[in-house]
Design a protein around this ligand. Structure first.
Ligand SMILES: [Zn+2]
Ligand SMILES: [Zn+2]
Length: 306
């Protein structure tokens, strides 16, 4: 199990490997997709608050003082490549998405951190397509959205920022890479700083441990850091996907007030057991558990009014 995810992350895809593991993955997974216990209710969220819901893996829905933001949406049964229509070859989910596209309500802005298929899911993006919705994506990735009908599609590269729909988005350099498929060089990967009304949310996306992030956020009061904590095994993956301890350490280095661990428990992309990342993250954050804002898929955090 998880071989296919590993192949995707390692960039070692070839047709015969895919065929060999597809049927096994499919049989095991179709009967084992868990339900989400608590689903977010975005239509009840106040436009006077900051509300953040984890939809599974790296997908988040945020109401940022009235601006509706969807990040890295992958809300279908599978992630991977879509050679024909919406047929996807790739890992299947372990847990249902906390919301379907129909449940999202209107979305002002979609943020795509990078074009890896677990963050930039074409079938989901096609479903959210709207001429009322803006998209921000990473350097050299906007061509993937050509011909689609969005209000705007803008690429951001490290240190660049833009204001759209009342929020400011800044691209932050992490330690990752962006090629959707191994031969697609030149695509880049962003972490993101999302700001409005003096409140700052850092979305780590995928990154290995790097002190570069806290250096870039030196002058920023980070309210919430959303950090990936999985896909670190085998050891060679760790350079591009922080361990739970490293993710916690990065959130400490940026002095984040609250932290959300993500990118665990949804898709099998690597060799560590599915429940190991959160167990290790809880150990790493022991004594400061009150800073962990969302504990499970479907969880919603509303920023306490200060
Ligand atoms: Zn990635
Ligand atoms: Zn990822």
């Amino acid at each position: 199990m998880g071989v296919l995810g590993t192949l995707f992350l390692a960039g070692a895809i070839n047709a015969s490997s895919i065929e060999k593991v597809m049927s096994k993955e499919y049989d095991e997974d179709t009967n084992s997709i868990s339900k989400v216990k608590n689903c977010p209710e975005p239509l009840k969220w106040s436009d006077e608050d900051v509300s953040v819901a984890w939809l599974g893996h790296a997908a988040f829905l945020i109401n940022f003082y009235g601006t509706k933001i969807l990040i890295d949406p992958a809300l279908e049964t599978r992630i991977g490549i879509t050679p024909v229509g919406s047929y996807t070859i790739g890992p299947s989910r372990y847990v249902e998405p906390a919301l379907t596209v129909n449940d999202l309500g209107s979305v002002d802005l979609v943020l795509l951190s990078h074009a890896h298929t677990d963050h930039f899911d074409m079938p989901t993006i096609k479903k959210v397509e709207s001429n009322q919705t803006h998209i921000i994506t990473a350097k050299n990735t906007s061509y993937l959205l050509e011909g689609m009908n969005f209000a705007s599609v803008k690429e951001l590269h490290w240190q660049e920022s833009t204001g759209i729909s009342g929020v400011t988005i800044k691209a932050i350099e992490g330690q990752h890479w962006g090629a959707r498929l191994p031969w697609q060089k030149g695509m880049d990967a962003n972490s993101l700083l999302i700001s409005k009304n003096g409140v700052n949310i850092f979305f780590g996306a995928d990154t290995g441990y790097t002190s570069k992030i806290s250096e870039q956020l030196r002058d920023i009061n980070v309210d919430l850091a959303i950090m990936g904590i999985a896909a670190y095994s085998p050891k060679s993956f760790e350079a591009k996907h922080a361990t739970p301890e490293q993710a916690w350490q990065m959130s400490e280095e940026m002095n984040a007030n609250w932290v959300v661990p993500m990118h665990w428990g949804t898709f099998k992309l690597s060799q560590e057991p599915m429940d190991e990342p959160i167990a290790r993250f809880r150990s790493a954050s022991e004594g400061q558990a009150e800073k962990v804002a969302i504990q499970e898929i479907g969880g919603t955090w509303v920023r306490p009014k200060s």
